[in-house]
Design a protein around this ligand. Sequence first.
Ligand code: SF4
Ligand code: SF4
Length: 340
Amino acid sequence: MINAADVLRGWKAILAGRTPFLSIEITKECPLTCPGCYAYGIDHLGGDTVLRQVSDFQGQKLVDRVMKLIDAYRPLHVSFVGGEPLVRFRELEQIFPLVEARGIHIQLVTSAVRPIPAGWSDINRMTIAVSIDGLAPEHDARRKPATYERILKNIEGQRITVHCTITRQMTERPGYLPEFIQFWSAVPNVEKIWFSLFTPQVGEDSYEILPWDKRNEVIRELVELTQKFPKLAMPPGVLKALADPPSNPQSCIFAKTTTTVTADLTSRITPCQFGGTPDCAQCGCMASAGLKAVGDVRLPFFGIKAGSIYNASLQVGSVVARMRKLPNVTSNGSGLPKAG
Ligand code: SF4
Ligand code: SF4
């Protein structure tokens, strides 16, 4: 859990021209082929290359380069995403203790397609987020071989957070979300349940997109469900922010405070983890909503919103970064230190 001291550290990082959040696509590989996966989308890397074509690393080279990147950014929080990060579980076994020793929060985002190594959830400041796409019939069809049956085996002995991205299909049957939350609340290894909403690219017309009436219905339903299911960790400020997403990446605190790096450990993904041209006005990313909720808090002493102070700090930070030749926290696709 990020506390007040961490927030202060994050703020200091911004003023020093660094981003407090780092997200690393640790591998280009994934044994799954989920429909609608943004990581393998043609726009994700913003050019002619797609994730499966990127040159990635393995073994000691990967460990060394990841740690070099982390030491360059000195983030408050680092997310390991993919591809499927568990493809590189041997390297992560070496990386996690090194990151833990630096006092950095770690988030692993996985489909739990293979067993999560023993002890990982006991690492300090660790969150293991397992992506689950709805109830078993829908999830298993999309995420095979990471089926419900396999996930339940692979999370044995761990403490995990379930993360589900709600699509339009999940809104078509009344009672779908409570059934999902009830199922995962009953699993003892599950500590928390998070939801995001499907985020399209600009101009996308995929059926998974929630029309606004459905989106508002889902948000209202989640407000009620938080009263009933203690493991559903969707604070009111986050739900409120999901109903009113940032209009563009420039007004997204999450995008401006997070550096996302693809599997070559050199190229940045912009403007946020989705890459390409995400439709911010329909953003359903829980992390973005979480930081918007923080930014919307009015600071009693200053009488202004925390977001205004963040924005002023980001401007100071970008000047400091230029002066000190640090990675510029507000630039797109430039300034990332070479990892090797
Ligand atoms: S498991 Fe994740 S990275 Fe792999 S295909 Fe599915 S959504 Fe994409
Ligand atoms: S996280 Fe959402 S709001 Fe922020 S830049 Fe990405 S799509 Fe836009």
